[in-house]
Design a protein around this ligand. Structure first.
Ligand SMILES: [Zn+2]
Length: 54
């Protein structure tokens, strides 16, 4: 499942969204922290495989 990184422009929270291809609908993207839909896709120059937990 592809993962996309987004940044909330309201609270500056970075978050990862997992979207299956047929469910891809960027209109429903919301910040998990503040609920804002004012989010921006982050295009990482490379795939970071850092799995930071907590
Ligand atoms: Zn937010």
């Amino acid at each position: 499942m592809p993962a996309y990184e987004y940044k909330c422009l309201k609270c500056n929270e970075n978050f990862i969204i997992y979207i299956s291809l047929k469910e891809k609908n960027e209109e429903i993207l919301k910040c998990p922290k503040c609920g804002s839909t004012n989010v921006q896709r982050i295009y990482s120059p490379f795939h970071a495989v850092t799995s930071k937990k907590s």
